[in-house]
Each structure stands twice: as C-alpha cells, then as structure tokens.
Design a protein around this ligand. Structure first.
Ligand SMILES: C[S@@+](CC[C@H](N)C(=O)[O-])C[C@H]1O[C@@H](n2cnc3c(N)ncnc32)[C@H](O)[C@@H]1O
Length: 283
C-alpha cells in the first residue's frame, strides 16, 4: 500500500511515542513538512496525497534523528520565536516560549515613539534582541555573547531579518568592556544549577550547549556577575528585565536590590511561574 501524508504522519507519531518524545504528534507533523517538502495546509486539506519513495525516505531519516532525541529545531534548523522565524543550530539555545515574557517586559518599557539603546547579555540566536528591534523601529542595540558560534547565528538572523543596520554583536564575557549606558538591559543567562543539567531531558542535556545552560552551583552565577554591572550599564531611569528559572526570582530580586535597583513585580509565565525579574535604576 502506498504511503500518504496522513499514514506517514501516524507512523512517524507512533515511532516518536515509542522513543519517549513528549510532543509526538506535533513533532511528527513538523518533520513530515520538512522532509516531504509540504505545508501544514497540504496535510490538512489533502491528507490522502500519495508520497514518492524519496519523500518517505527523507521523512524517515528525520524521524530517526528525532527518535534519538535530537530537538526538532536542530533537525530543521529553524525555530519560531515571537513574530520571528529564526535560524538555530547546536551552537545556540533553542529559543523558548517563556522567553517571550522578557520581550513583553521590554516592549512595555519602550515607547514606540522614542529612540532607545538596548543591551542583550548572552544574546545566543539573537531571539530577544531581534524580537524587540523588530517591534521598535527607533531602537538599536548590542548583543554580547561568549560563544563566537552563537554570535555567527545571531548575525545571520539579524541580516535575514534586515535588522543588521541597528544591531552590533560583541564577543566577550559578562565582564566585557562596554563603555555605554543603555535604556534597557535584557538577559536570559544560563541558570540551571550544574548538578541538575544531566537530569534534564536528552534534548536539553545532550543537545543544548552547556555554556547556555550552566548557571554554576546554585544556578545564580550569571545573575551575580550581571547585577553587579547593572548600575554602570543603565541610564538613570533605565530598565532591566531578566528571565529566571523556577524559584529563582526572590534570589535575583535580592541581588538587584542590593545594587540599589528598584523592582517591579515579577512577571508570571503561562504556567504561573515567576519568570521575569525587572526593575530600573532610580533617576
Ligand atoms: C540561556 S542562553 C540564552 C540565549 C538567548 N538570549 C535566548 O534567550 O534564547 C544564554 C547565553 O549566554 C551565553 N553565555 C554564557 N556564559 C556567558 C558569559 N560568561 N558571558 C557572555 N555570554 C555567556 C551563552 O553562550 C548563551 O548564548
């Protein structure tokens, strides 16, 4: 019997269930689209379309990779974030939906009518900074990262989105020389306690870059380094917004408060977890 879009979707889903993948229906569809070169609309409107042997083989190869717990984003090389379709690779953290709450906090702080300078510490794929610049025509900024390979991905995304005329990328650590004060400092730094990394799903523990995950013994190393610099990086009245891990908001608020920064109420994500710690440098 020949293979159709719907039969291959179902067979792929079953293979991913057997492999312990936690979103088998969605992942099977995304890899069916990528491997067979069809759209979601094709699958919905023409599910009994027959596939060629080459299409079936291409999809099966992608499903085999996913069954080994490689993330879909690494297999397709793409990830949707905010309004953007970003290129991603094994060199960057795959942008997460909860990180969109940092973008939300940033946009609340940036009126569209005012020019603004934005700094993103640990820019990775460029997700946060590029999402903000895409929404604010008068904003420009700097993305810093210790990983040259991540910066190459971010530069590519900025160029593809035609935002490269408003963004610079700097290679360096949290202590990199930055002789400027910003209207907005954003960060989603590594925040997983070192000992927890290997307990996470293989998609994260094996396939995401350690540099993007490892927050040191208690997960707070990056926040200690970044908050210490905030008073010198922000203009008076300038705003910061940081993503934090589950249960970390009070500790990060304490670190920022100790630097004389005022704090807003932490923003909750869709799971009700305090996800974004934000505030400002008093005028
Ligand atoms: C959790 S990822 C966030 C990436 C991206 N901003 C996002 O939200 O999807 C953290 C990023 O910080 C970078 N990083 C880790 N340690 C760093 C350090 N000491 N200095 C600068 N960047 C660092 C990593 O390379 C990684 O790209």
């Amino acid at each position: 019997m020949s293979e159709t879009l719907v039969s291959l979707w179902q067979r792929s889903r079953d293979a991913l269930i057997a492999a312990g993948v936690d979103s088998p229906v969605l992942d099977a569809r995304l890899l069916l689209e990528a491997g067979a070169g069809v759209s979601r609309t094709d699958i919905v409107t023409d599910p009994r379309r027959e596939l060629t042997a080459a299409q079936v083989a291409a999809v099966e190869a992608l499903i085999a990779r996913r069954a080994k717990r490689e993330p879909v984003s690494h297999i397709t090389g793409r990830k949707a974030f905010w309004t953007l379709d970003l290129a991603v690779s094994a060199a960057v953290l795959t942008p997460r939906p909860e990180t969109e709450f940092v973008v939300d906090a940033a946009l609340k702080a940036l009126p569209p009518s005012r020019p603004a300078r934005v700094l993103d510490l640990g820019v990775g794929s460029g997700a946060i900074l590029l999402a903000v610049l895409a929404e604010r025509d008068l904003a420009s900024g700097i993305g810093l990262d210790l990983s040259p390979d991540a910066l190459a991905v971010a530069r590519g995304n900025a160029a593809a989105l035609k935002l490269d005329n408003r963004v610079e990328f700097h290679l360096g650590g949290w202590d990199a020389p930055i002789a400027e004060r910003f209207d907005l400092v954003l960060s989603n730094p590594p925040y997983i306690p070192t000992a927890e990394i290997d307990t996470l799903a293989p998609e994260v523990a094996v396939h995401e870059p350690r540099l993007a995950l490892d927050g040191g013994r208690d997960g707070l190393d990056a926040y200690r380094a970044i908050t210490a610099r905030l008073p010198a990086l922000l203009k008076p009245g300038g705003v910061f917004a940081f993503e934090v891990g589950k249960g970390q908001a009070p500790a990060v608020e304490a670190l920022a408060g100790a630097q004389g920064l005022s704090l807003d109420a932490a923003a909750l994500d869709l799971a009700g977890i305090a996800r974004v710690v934000s505030g400002r440098l008093p005028d």
